[in-house]
Design a protein around this ligand. Sequence first.
Ligand SMILES: [Zn+2]
Length: 125
Amino acid sequence: MSRVRSKDTKPELAVRRLVFGMGCRYRLHDKRLPGRPDLVFRGRRKIVFVNGCFWHGHEGCRYARTPKSREDFWRAKVERNRERDGQNIASLEADGWKVLTVWQCELKDLHVLEGKLHEFLLERA
Ligand SMILES: [Zn+2]
């Protein structure tokens, strides 16, 4: 589903820039892993997903509001995406990966996001 996890979106590029600045090397969109994670840090056994708030149903987020027209259709679609995301994360974690999800809305404060990524990638075991 290319619209759900499209390559090289703006939020993703911003995250890549931050992570690169920390000296962390990663692999992109690894097809062999569930959900084709956006950034894969093999050595650290860590994964970062960069999710659009609407498509991935960011809970309580104002960017994730369902359009008024065809509301049921969108709601069901987003719900399926959320379920699949949850399953992907569960199977990655069962396989020993640590997973961090970055939401599109978090890009509004790059300083905070940088701290979060730094903590996840460099401080957490
Ligand atoms: Zn959001």
